[in-house]
Design a protein around this ligand. Structure first.
Ligand SMILES: Nc1nc2c(ncn2[C@@H]2O[C@H](COP(=O)(O)OP(=O)(O)OP(=O)(O)O)[C@@H](O)[C@H]2O)c(=O)[nH]1
Ligand SMILES: [Mg+2]
Length: 201
């Protein structure tokens, strides 16, 4: 849940990166951390299992500076994507002001993407919310693998699978190489701030 301090002119909002295991959520935050290290005063907190799977969550606080006169702080989180960590996912999702859904573009991950989006809707429902209630941006990750001849779902196919009802803003991206990682984050921050402002008025 956002913390808004009108007296001090401060806003703190929570944005959660959600999506199937190995889709690239942690890699998004790692890229952002490298890119904006001068604005990030603390270390990125990350708890990993052996290998690179997220066990609990990643946490990255960023100072954005002033937006419409408010000092804006954003807390980025990732959930663990592995199916078995559903209770943790639900906990991390709690109070999210905005969501980035990171889908895996690999053809072989098609079903996992759709199941994860369904899982997101189910977990939001436990907080009496639906996908329509929370600002959300979709990211179709790993587009760089196209150059390596690995079969990827087309952006059109991903849109059809995941976004035909939602109609949320979406980006093809590569969390590993960088294209559209920052754009994804900027979009969700703007949408989240707009939604907070609407709710304050
Ligand atoms: N080629 C390529 N590999 C990527 C990209 N993004 C992530 N990866 C790789 O995919 C693997 C999984 O990435 P993570 O960021 O750990 O995935 P995650 O969504 O955090 O996974 P969980 O923590 O299990 O939910 C890692 O080996 C990454 O290096 C990308 O854009 N392109
Ligand atoms: Mg992770």
């Amino acid at each position: 849940m956002a913390i808004v301090n009108l007296k001090k002119g401060e806003v703190q909002a929570k944005i959660v990166y959600y999506g199937p295991g190995r889709g690239g959520k942690t890699t998004n935050l790692e890229y952002i951390y490298r890119k904006f290290h001068d604005r990030i005063k603390t270390e990125m907190v990350t708890i990993k299992t052996h290998g690179d799977r997220t066990l609990f969550f990643d946490f990255l606080p960023i100072e954005i500076g002033k937006i419409k006169g408010f000092d804006v702080r954003i807390q980025l989180y990732t959930v663990p994507g592995q199916v078995k960590y559903d209770a943790t996912r639900r906990l991390v999702l709690r109070g999210a002001d905005g969501i980035v859904f990171v889908a895996d573009s690999l053809v072989v991950r098609r079903k996992e993407n759709m199941l994860s989006l369904k899982n997101l809707a189910d977990n939001l429902a436990t907080y009496k919310k639906s996908l329509a209630d929370v600002p959300i941006v979709l990211q179709y990750n790993k587009r760089d693998l196209e150059d390596e001849g690995i079969p990827l779902l087309s952006l059109e196919a991903l849109e059809k699978d995941l976004n035909s009802r939602l109609r949320a803003p979406s980006f093809g991206a590569s969390a590993q190489k960088g294209p559209n990682v920052v754009q994804t984050m900027k979009k969700i921050i703007v949408m989240t701030m707009d939604s907070l402002r609407r709710n304050l008025m």
